[in-house]
Design a protein around this ligand. Structure first.
Ligand code: ADP
Ligand code: MG
Length: 242
């Protein structure tokens, strides 16, 4: 039973077709890495999963909830999927622990003490126990992104979506974020990750998808696809990201 299922999904922005009849089923525990040229629809695909974009054709089911079912359920779907963006988007006026506790308190209705306790445990999990009382602007980019991951995890999502989570980071800070993501994968979290980090795709990905013009062009085993790509455009793409 898939946890995410795109059934012939299209997404238009006006006359621009950004997702073109996508069929995609993702099982629990899969780590799907999404690659493809800029503008191929990767971010849009992620944003449809957590309801940040509405689809314009087909159907999309997330944990047995159809995004077509209407607004009330869209809110539920949004809570099923935690999202981490390239820009960390933390609340600058809140400390790390307050950022992480915000969702549970205001979305899930968890009380202050309990939300704080859970937030501290999550910060510990991402290696930031000692930074709990710091404000985002006094943290490094890698630390901010790890707070963002903890914040996404705080509402107990069933799926985690990552949109180029390390693209804004200096090379030496990327690894600490990728390591947290690897741990999540090892714990069995279902993940969809847009990234150019091919070593992450090879080592952590259970599946690699190459998108082109809003379509899935290649869908397969990451190691195979990276070491011996047969699709010429995938081959060309990989030459440029290496
Ligand atoms: P990727 O993440 O693969 O770079 P995106 O999903 O961001 O691609 O975008 C796919 C296409 O959709 C691009 O041509 C982009 O300009 C267009 N697009 C994305 N969001 C919007 C929007 N809100 N309004 C109009 N066009 C958009
Ligand atoms: Mg994008």
């Amino acid at each position: 039973m898939s946890i995410i299922e795109f059934r012939n999904v299209s997404k238009h922005f006006g006359s621009l077709k950004v997702l073109d009849e996508v069929d995609l089923a993702i099982d629990r525990g899969e780590v799907v890495v999404l690659i493809g040229p800029s503008g191929s629809g990767k971010s849009t695909l992620l944003r449809c999963i957590n309801g940040l974009e509405t689809i314009t054709g087909g159907d999309l089911v997330v944990d047995e909830l159809s995004v077509l079912a209407g607004n009330a359920r869209l809110r539920e779907i949004r809570q099923e999927a935690g999202m981490v963006f390239q820009q960390f988007n933390l609340f600058p006026q809140l400390t790390a622990v307050e950022n992480v506790a915000f969702g549970p308190r205001h979305v899930r209705g968890v009380n202050r003490t309990q939300a704080r306790e859970q937030a501290l445990a999550l910060l510990d999990k991402v290696g930031l126990k000692d930074q709990a009382e710091q404000y985002p602007d006094s943290l490094s980019g890698g630390q901010q992104q790890r707070v963002a991951i903890a914040r996404a995890l705080a509402v107990k999502p069933k799926v985690m979506l990552f949109d180029e989570p390390t693209s804004a980071l200096d090379p030496e800070l990327k690894q600490e974020v990728l390591n947290v993501m690897r741990t999540l994968a090892e714990e069995g979290m279902t993940m969809v990750v847009v990234t150019h980090e091919m070593s992450f795709a090879r080592q952590v990905g259970s599946r690699l998808i190459f998108m082109e013009h809003g379509k899935i062009a290649v869908d397969g085993d990451p190691r195979e696809m990276i070491s011996s790509p047969t699709n010429p455009r995938l081959k060309d793409f990989l030459r440029h990201v290496h």
